[in-house]
Design a protein around this ligand. Structure first.
Ligand SMILES: [Zn+2]
Length: 223
């Protein structure tokens, strides 16, 4: 088995990669992937975000074909087999970095969401083996390998999983003012509640008025 980490991987290779060979020979690969090459990711980006970002001076339409950089590294780690013998098993580490334009669900303006993927996979041969694999390590995921493994699909899958459930700014620039006026309204409400409480204290209690109107006062009727 020859170590050949320097071999460049063409895009065609990446759609049909011998992932077992990649791991056992300790190969490395890196590249850039456009969001337009990942239909499922592209579907997550609102189509009108690029228009909106034009208006606010952010990247123009056409420049929003976000590029993600990725690195993959194959390796093996010795594992104790059922027969009590240690044998090297295939692993893959994958890192993906980039930013995608999403729409903030709080202020509805587009913003750039940074996505980071750093995953380690134990590569198994079959679905059955994946099901049986003991998941005692949170750091390691299990994937079913192939001699024609689609690495681009794995990168896309990980990017999809790294998307925020509710996209939003850490701090919304637009919402800032409305939050302030919102809190002002809140304090105004508090004041008016205090005022109405004060009003109630000043106004005579209608039941007290009725008491005064009763002839003879309490117990007077029993005479
Ligand atoms: Zn926002």
């Amino acid at each position: 088995m020859t170590r050949n980490p320097g071999k460049p991987a063409s895009p065609a290779d990446l759609r049909a990669l011998d992932i077992f060979e990649f791991a056992t020979s300790g190969r490395q690969a890196a590249g850039a992937l456009r969001i337009s090459q990942m239909p499922r990711m592209l579907a997550e980006v609102p189509s009108d975000v690029s228009d909106a970002s034009d208006a606010s001076g952010n990247p123009a339409a056409g420049e929003d074909d976000t590029v993600f950089t990725w690195q993959a590294e194959g390796s093996t780690q010795p594992e104790l087999q059922d027969d009590g013998v240690e044998a090297p098993q295939p692993y893959l580490r994958l890192a993906v970095h980039g930013s995608v334009w999403l729409r903030c669900q709080r202020c509805l303006s587009p913003y750039s969401q940074h996505l980071d993927v750093d995953a380690t996979y134990r590569i198994v041969a079959t679905e059955e083996e994946a099901d049986e694999y003991p998941l005692d390590d949170d750091e390691v995921e299990v994937i079913v390998g192939s001699r024609q493994f689609d690495l681009i699909d794995l990168i896309e899958e990980e990017l999809l999983l790294s998307l925020p459930l509710v996209p939003k700014h850490t701090v919304c620039p637009e919402v800032h003012e409305s939050l302030l006026s919102g809190s002002a309204e809140g304090s105004a409400d508090d004041e008016s509640e205090e005022n109405s409480a004060a009003d109630a204290a000043d106004k005579p209690n209608p039941f007290a008025v009725l008491e005064k109107l009763k002839p003879g006062g309490s117990g007077g009727g029993k005479h």
